[in-house]
Design a protein around this ligand. Sequence first.
Ligand SMILES: Nc1ncnc2c1ncn2[C@@H]1O[C@H](COP(=O)(O)OP(=O)(O)O)[C@@H](O)[C@H]1O
Ligand code: SF4
Ligand SMILES: [Mg+2]
Length: 348
Amino acid sequence: MIEAAPNLLEVRGVSKTFTLSAGLFRRDTGVVRALDDISFSVPAGSTVGLVGESGCGKSTMGHVIMGGLKADAGEIVFTDPEQGPVNLVGAGKQTLRHVRLNMQMIFQDPNASLNPRMRLFDLIAEPLVINKVLSGKALEERVVQLLEQVGLSPRYMFRHPHALSGGQRQRVVIARALALNPQLVVADEPISALDVSIQAQTLNLLKDLQQERKLTYLFIAHDLGVVNHFTDTTVVMYLGRVMETGVTREVFRQPLNPYTEALIGSVPRIGGHKRGRRVVSTGEVPSAAKPPGGCHFHPRCPYAQDICRKEVPALREIRPGRQSRCHFAETLELHGMTSEPASAPVPH
Ligand SMILES: Nc1ncnc2c1ncn2[C@@H]1O[C@H](COP(=O)(O)OP(=O)(O)O)[C@@H](O)[C@H]1O
Ligand code: SF4
Ligand SMILES: [Mg+2]
């Protein structure tokens, strides 16, 4: 019996481990705990940001939600309009096939997502044809409508992706993702591979489409400036664990976890002395195959005490709607974002 879910998507205690192998006989040489008991919720119609440095498990989370990777443990509950709450971990093939039509993923690199030999018409029509949704004139009309919705002229319909700019190609990816009218879109760093000049336009398009179609987004990003502007709630991850969650505005104004403070401190500011610095100041991310014991962040944390090396802090509710995984979350006075980030493409 699946517990009813007030949110469109609920990730409950999800773990995912990769076994690493090497050598001629592919000996197992270690494990990477890419997701370690991850829980968060995605309310319908909202945008949830999943943020953290490279290698913390963001893409793995996206793939586990979409079914490309299988979770080792936990539940992923999607509330389907027809079927009600469905636990995607362990659901039958038939149910999954139906539910997955309501979920689509957009990837970072539009070139990798689009077959260069296919014309735009076929690329956008493909999901509708495969799922036998439309054909003939109705299919053509729908492709024209999707092209227009993402700001591309229907005149481009019979061109190939190489004739388009990077930003236009990402618009085709978005049109293709929206073809089946999904409710949830998992966008994995959707603007990271684009020129800075077109990042804001692409974000604006995603926002407009969200309003028009009442979409729900899980927005994966490593750029905090973008997350600050684009998301309603934020989930901060570090080495496979959730470090902090909360309403984005509040998380950025007053973080409750030293890792979030370090991430915010690394964002370049307009007129600020940190302009140009793009990395967390306290060193490199440790190997995910050999994460530090206790609190994973302790070797880099300026507030670390003995207990941090020995005991894993639990993810706890510190204030209503605010969770943090830190032994000292109640007592530390951490710094938030005090001025506008210089790097963020600012949507209108
Ligand atoms: N297929 C895989 N096999 C082995 N390790 C993997 C695989 N995919 C991801 N990982 C590892 O899992 C961790 C999380 O990766 P990923 O989810 O891609 O992080 P992010 O998207 O946050 O950069 C990393 O240590 C990465 O090397
Ligand atoms: S538990 Fe300790 S090491 Fe971890 S973030 Fe808090 S103070 Fe830093
Ligand atoms: Mg990634």
